[in-house]
Design a protein around this ligand. Structure first.
Ligand code: 13P
Ligand code: SF4
Length: 308
Protein backbone atom coordinates (compact mmCIF):
# COMPACT_ATOMS: atom_id res chain seq x y z
CA UNK A 1 0.00 0.00 0.00
CA UNK A 2 1.33 3.47 -0.83
CA UNK A 3 1.33 6.61 1.37
CA UNK A 4 -2.01 7.95 0.15
CA UNK A 5 -3.77 4.61 0.55
CA UNK A 6 -2.49 4.30 4.14
CA UNK A 7 -3.69 7.78 4.96
CA UNK A 8 -7.13 7.09 3.46
CA UNK A 9 -7.42 3.77 5.32
CA UNK A 10 -6.33 5.31 8.62
CA UNK A 11 -8.94 8.07 8.26
CA UNK A 12 -11.62 5.50 7.39
CA UNK A 13 -10.73 3.18 10.28
CA UNK A 14 -10.47 6.07 12.72
CA UNK A 15 -14.08 6.94 11.96
CA UNK A 16 -15.21 3.33 12.11
CA UNK A 17 -13.54 2.81 15.52
CA UNK A 18 -14.69 6.21 16.83
CA UNK A 19 -11.05 6.81 17.59
CA UNK A 20 -9.00 9.90 18.30
CA UNK A 21 -5.37 9.99 17.22
CA UNK A 22 -3.00 11.74 19.63
CA UNK A 23 0.61 12.35 18.62
CA UNK A 24 3.54 13.74 20.56
CA UNK A 25 5.61 16.63 19.13
CA UNK A 26 8.46 14.16 18.45
CA UNK A 27 6.49 11.92 16.11
CA UNK A 28 7.46 11.39 12.48
CA UNK A 29 6.14 14.16 10.17
CA UNK A 30 3.65 11.88 8.43
CA UNK A 31 2.14 10.88 11.79
CA UNK A 32 1.96 14.50 13.00
CA UNK A 33 0.24 15.46 9.74
CA UNK A 34 -2.54 12.93 10.15
CA UNK A 35 -3.09 13.26 13.94
CA UNK A 36 -6.18 14.85 15.47
CA UNK A 37 -3.98 16.52 18.02
CA UNK A 38 -0.22 17.08 18.26
CA UNK A 39 1.23 18.36 21.52
CA UNK A 40 3.42 17.99 24.58
CA UNK A 41 2.84 15.54 27.43
CA UNK A 42 0.62 17.93 29.35
CA UNK A 43 -1.61 18.83 26.41
CA UNK A 44 -1.91 15.19 25.38
CA UNK A 45 -2.94 14.22 28.93
CA UNK A 46 -5.56 16.97 28.93
CA UNK A 47 -6.81 15.77 25.55
CA UNK A 48 -7.00 12.20 26.82
CA UNK A 49 -8.88 13.38 29.92
CA UNK A 50 -11.46 15.26 27.87
CA UNK A 51 -11.99 13.16 24.77
CA UNK A 52 -15.35 11.61 24.00
CA UNK A 53 -13.84 9.16 21.53
CA UNK A 54 -14.30 5.46 22.31
CA UNK A 55 -10.72 4.59 21.41
CA UNK A 56 -7.52 6.57 21.90
CA UNK A 57 -4.66 5.73 19.57
CA UNK A 58 -1.52 7.13 21.13
CA UNK A 59 1.54 7.82 19.00
CA UNK A 60 3.98 8.48 21.81
CA UNK A 61 5.89 6.39 24.34
CA UNK A 62 4.62 3.99 27.00
CA UNK A 63 4.16 6.44 29.88
CA UNK A 64 2.03 8.74 27.73
CA UNK A 65 -0.30 5.95 26.62
CA UNK A 66 -0.41 4.60 30.19
CA UNK A 67 -1.43 8.04 31.48
CA UNK A 68 -4.23 8.09 28.90
CA UNK A 69 -5.29 4.62 30.12
CA UNK A 70 -5.17 5.77 33.78
CA UNK A 71 -7.47 8.66 32.86
CA UNK A 72 -9.77 6.41 30.83
CA UNK A 73 -10.16 3.01 32.50
CA UNK A 74 -13.31 2.37 30.45
CA UNK A 75 -11.86 3.23 27.06
CA UNK A 76 -9.54 1.40 24.74
CA UNK A 77 -6.08 2.90 24.52
CA UNK A 78 -3.92 1.60 21.70
CA UNK A 79 -0.24 2.10 20.95
CA UNK A 80 0.86 1.18 17.38
CA UNK A 81 4.23 -0.20 18.51
CA UNK A 82 4.45 -1.57 22.02
CA UNK A 83 8.25 -1.29 22.02
CA UNK A 84 7.97 2.50 22.17
CA UNK A 85 9.17 2.94 25.75
CA UNK A 86 10.94 5.82 27.47
CA UNK A 87 14.30 4.65 28.84
CA UNK A 88 14.30 7.41 31.44
CA UNK A 89 10.96 6.24 32.86
CA UNK A 90 12.50 2.82 33.50
CA UNK A 91 15.21 4.45 35.68
CA UNK A 92 12.79 4.76 38.60
CA UNK A 93 11.02 1.47 39.40
CA UNK A 94 8.18 1.66 41.94
CA UNK A 95 10.20 -0.10 44.65
CA UNK A 96 12.85 2.61 44.48
CA UNK A 97 10.18 5.23 45.18
CA UNK A 98 9.22 3.26 48.34
CA UNK A 99 12.85 3.16 49.41
CA UNK A 100 13.34 6.92 49.04
CA UNK A 101 10.06 7.56 50.87
CA UNK A 102 11.30 5.49 53.82
CA UNK A 103 14.48 7.60 53.90
CA UNK A 104 12.56 10.90 53.77
CA UNK A 105 9.27 10.27 55.58
CA UNK A 106 8.36 13.98 55.77
CA UNK A 107 8.91 14.74 52.10
CA UNK A 108 6.25 14.81 49.43
CA UNK A 109 7.03 12.99 46.19
CA UNK A 110 6.46 14.63 42.82
CA UNK A 111 7.20 12.53 39.77
CA UNK A 112 7.75 13.56 36.21
CA UNK A 113 5.08 12.12 33.93
CA UNK A 114 7.97 10.22 32.28
CA UNK A 115 7.61 7.40 34.81
CA UNK A 116 6.13 3.93 34.89
CA UNK A 117 2.54 3.67 36.15
CA UNK A 118 3.78 1.67 39.17
CA UNK A 119 5.94 4.67 40.19
CA UNK A 120 3.10 7.15 39.63
CA UNK A 121 0.93 5.03 41.92
CA UNK A 122 3.41 5.73 44.74
CA UNK A 123 3.77 9.50 44.38
CA UNK A 124 1.79 12.50 45.64
CA UNK A 125 1.60 14.37 42.36
CA UNK A 126 2.66 14.03 38.75
CA UNK A 127 4.02 16.90 36.67
CA UNK A 128 5.29 17.45 33.16
CA UNK A 129 8.13 19.57 31.82
CA UNK A 130 5.54 22.35 31.37
CA UNK A 131 4.58 22.64 35.05
CA UNK A 132 7.26 21.02 37.26
CA UNK A 133 8.01 24.12 39.40
CA UNK A 134 4.32 24.96 39.75
CA UNK A 135 3.42 21.46 41.01
CA UNK A 136 6.41 21.30 43.37
CA UNK A 137 5.41 24.69 44.82
CA UNK A 138 1.95 23.33 45.58
CA UNK A 139 3.34 20.68 47.94
CA UNK A 140 2.78 21.18 51.68
CA UNK A 141 6.25 19.94 52.69
CA UNK A 142 9.52 21.85 52.77
CA UNK A 143 11.38 18.98 51.08
CA UNK A 144 10.17 17.43 47.85
CA UNK A 145 11.58 14.28 46.26
CA UNK A 146 11.56 14.61 42.50
CA UNK A 147 12.49 12.28 39.65
CA UNK A 148 13.59 10.62 37.55
CA UNK A 149 15.21 13.39 35.47
CA UNK A 150 18.17 15.03 37.22
CA UNK A 151 18.31 17.92 34.75
CA UNK A 152 14.63 18.72 35.16
CA UNK A 153 15.15 18.53 38.94
CA UNK A 154 17.82 21.25 38.68
CA UNK A 155 15.58 23.38 36.49
CA UNK A 156 12.55 23.02 38.79
CA UNK A 157 14.69 23.61 41.87
CA UNK A 158 15.86 26.95 40.53
CA UNK A 159 12.24 28.03 40.08
CA UNK A 160 10.88 27.13 43.56
CA UNK A 161 11.71 27.84 47.20
CA UNK A 162 11.58 24.16 48.16
CA UNK A 163 14.42 21.78 48.89
CA UNK A 164 14.20 19.46 45.90
CA UNK A 165 16.04 16.15 46.07
CA UNK A 166 16.57 14.06 42.92
CA UNK A 167 15.41 10.44 42.87
CA UNK A 168 17.20 8.35 41.71
CA UNK A 169 20.57 10.10 42.04
CA UNK A 170 21.03 10.62 38.32
CA UNK A 171 18.14 9.80 36.02
CA UNK A 172 18.52 11.18 32.51
CA UNK A 173 17.13 11.31 29.01
CA UNK A 174 19.68 9.78 26.63
CA UNK A 175 18.52 12.12 23.86
CA UNK A 176 18.74 15.41 25.76
CA UNK A 177 22.12 14.37 27.18
CA UNK A 178 23.49 14.77 23.65
CA UNK A 179 23.26 18.56 23.65
CA UNK A 180 26.44 20.42 24.43
CA UNK A 181 26.56 24.00 25.71
CA UNK A 182 29.89 24.67 23.98
CA UNK A 183 28.58 23.51 20.59
CA UNK A 184 25.47 25.66 21.00
CA UNK A 185 27.60 28.70 21.89
CA UNK A 186 29.57 28.12 18.69
CA UNK A 187 26.34 27.90 16.68
CA UNK A 188 25.35 31.22 18.23
CA UNK A 189 28.56 32.79 16.90
CA UNK A 190 27.68 31.78 13.33
CA UNK A 191 23.97 32.73 13.85
CA UNK A 192 24.15 35.80 16.10
CA UNK A 193 20.50 36.77 15.57
CA UNK A 194 19.18 33.30 16.41
CA UNK A 195 17.12 32.68 19.52
CA UNK A 196 18.05 29.48 21.40
CA UNK A 197 15.14 27.32 22.59
CA UNK A 198 15.90 24.45 24.98
CA UNK A 199 13.94 21.72 26.73
CA UNK A 200 14.47 21.50 30.53
CA UNK A 201 15.66 17.89 30.13
CA UNK A 202 18.87 19.46 28.76
CA UNK A 203 21.76 20.02 31.18
CA UNK A 204 21.84 23.18 33.33
CA UNK A 205 24.79 24.34 31.18
CA UNK A 206 22.69 24.05 28.01
CA UNK A 207 19.73 25.79 29.69
CA UNK A 208 22.09 28.58 30.73
CA UNK A 209 23.01 29.39 27.12
CA UNK A 210 19.36 29.26 25.99
CA UNK A 211 17.14 32.31 25.58
CA UNK A 212 14.04 30.29 26.37
CA UNK A 213 13.56 27.02 28.30
CA UNK A 214 10.26 25.15 28.24
CA UNK A 215 8.34 22.02 27.31
CA UNK A 216 8.10 21.13 23.62
CA UNK A 217 4.79 22.97 23.22
CA UNK A 218 6.08 25.96 25.17
CA UNK A 219 9.04 26.05 22.75
CA UNK A 220 6.56 25.85 19.88
CA UNK A 221 4.46 28.71 21.27
CA UNK A 222 7.55 30.82 21.90
CA UNK A 223 8.66 30.35 18.28
CA UNK A 224 5.16 31.19 17.04
CA UNK A 225 5.17 34.65 18.71
CA UNK A 226 8.86 35.60 18.67
CA UNK A 227 10.09 38.21 16.20
CA UNK A 228 13.28 36.20 15.61
CA UNK A 229 13.84 34.86 12.10
CA UNK A 230 16.25 32.14 13.20
CA UNK A 231 16.11 29.62 16.06
CA UNK A 232 18.53 27.06 17.43
CA UNK A 233 16.44 24.21 18.82
CA UNK A 234 17.74 22.01 21.64
CA UNK A 235 15.28 19.16 21.83
CA UNK A 236 14.44 16.00 19.89
CA UNK A 237 14.43 16.82 16.16
CA UNK A 238 10.77 15.81 15.67
CA UNK A 239 9.65 19.21 16.96
CA UNK A 240 11.32 20.89 13.99
CA UNK A 241 8.65 19.57 11.63
CA UNK A 242 5.92 21.27 13.61
CA UNK A 243 7.94 24.47 13.94
CA UNK A 244 8.70 24.64 10.21
CA UNK A 245 5.08 23.96 9.31
CA UNK A 246 3.95 26.78 11.61
CA UNK A 247 6.56 29.29 10.41
CA UNK A 248 7.72 28.27 6.92
CA UNK A 249 9.72 31.47 6.39
CA UNK A 250 11.77 31.10 9.53
CA UNK A 251 15.02 29.13 9.86
CA UNK A 252 15.07 26.40 12.51
CA UNK A 253 18.48 24.90 13.21
CA UNK A 254 18.74 21.71 15.25
CA UNK A 255 21.22 22.20 18.11
CA UNK A 256 22.32 18.63 17.39
CA UNK A 257 21.20 16.82 14.23
CA UNK A 258 21.29 13.37 15.73
CA UNK A 259 19.11 14.07 18.76
CA UNK A 260 16.60 11.41 17.77
CA UNK A 261 14.39 9.50 20.20
CA UNK A 262 14.37 6.13 18.45
CA UNK A 263 11.47 4.96 20.60
CA UNK A 264 9.22 7.82 19.50
CA UNK A 265 10.07 7.03 15.89
CA UNK A 266 8.91 3.41 16.12
CA UNK A 267 5.39 4.41 15.11
CA UNK A 268 4.88 4.43 11.35
CA UNK A 269 1.84 4.88 9.13
CA UNK A 270 1.83 1.15 8.45
CA UNK A 271 1.81 0.26 12.16
CA UNK A 272 -0.83 2.90 12.81
CA UNK A 273 -3.00 1.35 10.12
CA UNK A 274 -2.54 -2.14 11.60
CA UNK A 275 -3.26 -0.78 15.07
CA UNK A 276 -6.63 0.59 13.96
CA UNK A 277 -7.42 -2.42 11.79
CA UNK A 278 -6.67 -5.05 14.42
CA UNK A 279 -7.25 -2.92 17.56
CA UNK A 280 -3.73 -3.51 18.77
CA UNK A 281 -1.73 -3.03 21.01
CA UNK A 282 -4.00 -2.39 23.93
CA UNK A 283 -2.42 -0.51 26.85
CA UNK A 284 -3.67 -1.85 30.17
CA UNK A 285 -2.82 -0.59 33.63
CA UNK A 286 -3.84 -2.85 36.55
CA UNK A 287 -6.90 -1.39 38.41
CA UNK A 288 -5.07 -1.04 41.74
CA UNK A 289 -2.26 0.97 40.14
CA UNK A 290 -4.78 2.99 38.11
CA UNK A 291 -6.64 4.11 41.24
CA UNK A 292 -3.60 5.51 43.08
CA UNK A 293 -1.86 6.88 39.99
CA UNK A 294 -5.11 8.64 39.01
CA UNK A 295 -5.05 10.78 42.18
CA UNK A 296 -1.52 11.97 41.36
CA UNK A 297 -2.41 12.76 37.74
CA UNK A 298 -5.67 14.47 38.75
CA UNK A 299 -3.76 16.71 41.15
CA UNK A 300 -1.68 17.93 38.23
CA UNK A 301 -4.69 18.42 35.97
CA UNK A 302 -6.53 20.36 38.68
CA UNK A 303 -9.35 17.85 38.89
CA UNK A 304 -8.23 17.01 42.44
CA UNK A 305 -7.43 19.83 44.85
CA UNK A 306 -6.11 18.00 47.89
CA UNK A 307 -3.17 15.73 48.56
CA UNK A 308 -3.82 12.42 50.27
P1 13P B 1 7.23 17.34 26.80
O1 13P B 1 6.71 17.41 28.20
O2 13P B 1 7.78 18.64 26.35
O3 13P B 1 6.21 16.78 25.90
O4 13P B 1 8.47 16.36 26.77
C1 13P B 1 8.31 14.99 26.95
C2 13P B 1 9.53 14.28 26.69
O5 13P B 1 9.56 13.09 26.70
C3 13P B 1 10.72 15.05 26.44
O6 13P B 1 11.76 14.22 26.13
FE1 SF4 C 1 12.10 9.55 27.02
FE2 SF4 C 1 14.02 11.19 26.20
FE3 SF4 C 1 12.57 9.90 24.40
FE4 SF4 C 1 11.52 11.90 25.86
S1 SF4 C 1 13.15 12.03 24.33
S2 SF4 C 1 10.57 9.92 25.44
S3 SF4 C 1 12.54 11.56 27.82
S4 SF4 C 1 13.95 8.99 25.89
Amino acid sequence: MGYEKYVAEIIRLKEKRKAVLLAHNYQRPEIQDIADFVGDSLELSLCAAQTEAETIVFCGVDFMAETAAILNPDKRVLIPDKNAVCPMAAMLPGELVDLYRERHPDARVVLYINTLAEAKARCDAVCTSANSAEIISRMDSETVLFGPDWNLTQYAKSHTNKTVLPIPKFGFCPVHMLFDAEAISQLKVSHPAAEVLAHPECSPEVCAVADFVGSTSKMFRRAAVSKAKEFIVATEVGLLHRLRRERPNVVFIPAYNEAVCAHMKLHTLEKLYLSLRDMRFEVKVPPKITASARDAVDFMLGTRETLS
